[in-house]
Design a protein around this ligand. Structure first.
Ligand code: ZN
Length: 266
């Protein structure tokens, strides 16, 4: 008959062994299954969706596409997208928003865009208590929040060459806020670009050419920040026409965003 001491001893040994196994498992989990390795890769269907909705994606080399895919997956996992209960196609919207952010920041190290914490998506145009108006989309630097109407977002992607893309427009505002006023070279280059754009906008020749071509929509005349966001929409959707009609501005924006895929052959 085993004594009480023997039973106690065996139970204690099993408990220690069990704890040891748990520690081994935990350590393996930490070192071999880190959170990034766990992120699922983009599926072929998701890659095809990006290709169908972001015209510039087709310009990326195989190597750049791999980097692009990894960044999309990480951006998607880090940003909190909050949907109104009536919004459908949530995964589709999150994928396209993430891909747009990654495309615009492809030439930058900070592709996670620290100036965006939250993204709110309403089903259609929404009333903003801040401006007391209906909006399709906006960026609040103070709240680090992007807000979109799903209907207008999808409309922006549906026609790939009409130079209107709400996601690109609002992300351009957020990136401008994220890059400017930092103590680094990228910020300096960005601010020089903004100054050059300001000079162009006060040049009568440039204004006459803009009026004649009607290439940029008139909303860009609101102020320099809107002009930047509108120009980036054109840059993303019709880079070839942009370079041919406004080569100087094309070069300025390419430098500001460090977008090397926009070559002279674009
Ligand atoms: Zn705007």
């Amino acid at each position: 008959m085993p004594s009480v001491v023997d039973v106690f001893g065996v139970t204690a040994l099993l408990a220690i062994f069990g704890y040891f196994l748990y520690i081994v498992y935990y350590t393996l989990d930490l070192f071999f299954l880190n959170p990034f390795a766990r992120l699922p890769r983009l599926t072929e269907h998701e890659k095809a969706t990006i290709a169908a909705n972001l015209p510039l994606y087709r310009n990326l080399s195989v190597r750049k596409r791999k980097r692009f895919h990894k960044r999309v997956v990480r951006f998607r996992s880090r940003k909190k997208v909050i949907f109104h209960k009536e919004v459908t196609d949530r995964d589709h919207i999150t994928l396209l928003l993430s891909a747009t952010a990654v495309m615009l920041t492809l030439g930058m190290a900070d592709f996670l865009i620290l100036s965006i914490k939250k993204i709110l998506v309403y089903p259609a145009a929404y009333y903003s208590p801040l401006t007391k108006q209906d909006h399709n989309g906006e960026y609040h630097p103070g709240l680090k929040t992007l807000v979109f109407s799903a209907e207008h977002l999808m409309e922006g992607f549906r026609i790939g060459n009409d130079n209107m893309n709400l996601a690109v427009h609002e992300f351009a505002h957020a990136i401008s806020f994220n890059v400017a006023n930092k103590l680094n070279v990228r910020s300096y280059i960005f601010l020089i670009g903004m100054r050059q754009i300001k000079r162009l906008l006060s040049d009568s020749n440039f204004n006459n050419r803009m009026d004649q071509s009607a290439y940029f929509r008139s909303y860009g005349r609101t102020n320099i920040h809107e002009f930047f966001a509108v120009s980036v929409e054109n840059l993303m959707e019709t880079p070839g026409a942009f370079r041919r009609q406004f080569p100087k501005l094309f070069g300025i924006l390419r430098r500001m965003l460090n977008l090397k895929i926009l070559s002279d052959k674009t």
